[in-house]
Design a protein around this ligand. Structure first.
Ligand SMILES: Nc1ncnc2c1ncn2[C@@H]1O[C@H](COP(=O)(O)OP(=O)(O)O)[C@@H](O)[C@H]1O
Ligand SMILES: [Mg+2]
Length: 272
């Protein structure tokens, strides 16, 4: 079954696009059919995945109803991509119709069967595009920097996620928080990790066991139109991304189940 995952955090520069590129590269290397959808007007994902937009349709056209999503797909070297461009920045004001939250979900429905994973990169805002991404997704991944400032704004993020769950997409789950630019030797990192755990609790989720270190290769890879997985396969960050993907594609641990079974056995035992 196709899994649709949005990488989200309304803060810029936390590693959303980097995470999407790493995910697409790593999943493609495992032989998965991957579609990347760039929902950020800056078009960083399209660039990082090495696709040239030129006069191709973009996600802007898809959202505006100028074309179907299939017409906007570019077959890139790493994976298929629905690119973005700067026109997308005006979309918020242009999308006013009833049902505007569901446009992306409906469009993804047309091509879903062709892919194992659909990865959505989101803009640094809680906008109509973000709501569309959450409405269309099965799971959210939240990258977060190990800095105190990265904790600001989490309350709004939480509100948005819970509102989408309530009104548009009951199935949505927060799969986990991915700590980025992680350095276990810094005291601050430990403090942030503790706070991140509190945030994870508030969002009904966990922190991924795998953390991503700061890495020069991560910063270099986009200029080569490659994911970290192929650009520097032996570097630490590439290995971390692979282990993150392993964690992601294995079913999430259901911690509460054994407890429930125990309780049931206990109560049925008591009844005898
Ligand atoms: N783990 C990392 N190590 C080094 N540089 C990183 C790392 N993660 C992200 N970066 C760099 O930080 C900048 C912001 O990352 P990006 O993925 O574009 O964030 P966002 O999409 O959340 O705005 C980019 O220049 C990227 O190359
Ligand atoms: Mg980005």
């Amino acid at each position: 079954m196709t899994k649709i995952i949005a990488v989200t955090n309304q803060k810029g520069g936390v590693g959303k696009t980097t995470t999407c590129t790493g995910l697409c590269g790593g999943l493609a290397e495992l032989g998965k059919k991957v579609l990347a959808i760039d929902l950020d007007p800056q078009g960083n994902l399209s660039f990082s995945l090495g696709v040239e937009v030129e006069d191709n349709f973009t996600i802007y056209d898809v959202m505006k109803g100028n074309c179907d999503i299939g017409d906007a797909i570019i077959h890139g070297d790493i994976c298929d991509v629905v690119p973005s461009n700067i026109l997308l920045s005006g979309l918020e004001l242009e999308m006013t119709g009833v049902g505007r939250e569901y446009v992306l979900r409906e469009q993804i429905g047309y091509v879903k069967k062709d892919y194992d994973y659909i990865i959505l990169d989101t803009p640094p805002a809680l906008s109509v595009l973000t709501i569309n991404a959450y409405t269309a997704s099965d799971e959210l991944i939240i990258p977060m920097l190990c800095e105190v400032l990265s904790l600001q704004g989490i309350a709004q993020l939480r509100q948005t996620i819970f509102a989408v769950k309530r009104y548009y997409n009951k199935q949505l789950t927060v799969r986990g928080i991915l700590l980025n630019k992680y350095n276990p030797r810094l005291t601050l990192t430990k403090e942030v990790e503790e706070l991140a755990q509190m945030i994870a609790d508030q969002l009904d989720t966990t922190i991924f066991k795998t953390k991503i270190s700061a890495s020069v290769s991560i910063a270099e890879a986009p200029a080569h139109g490659e994911s970290i997985i192929t650009y520097a396969p032996n570097c630490r960050a590439a290995k971390e991304y692979k282990s993150f993907i392993k964690e992601l594609i294995s079913p999430p641990a259901k911690e509460s189940k054994p407890e429930k079974i125990q309780k049931k056995q206990k109560s049925s035992g008591d009844g005898k």
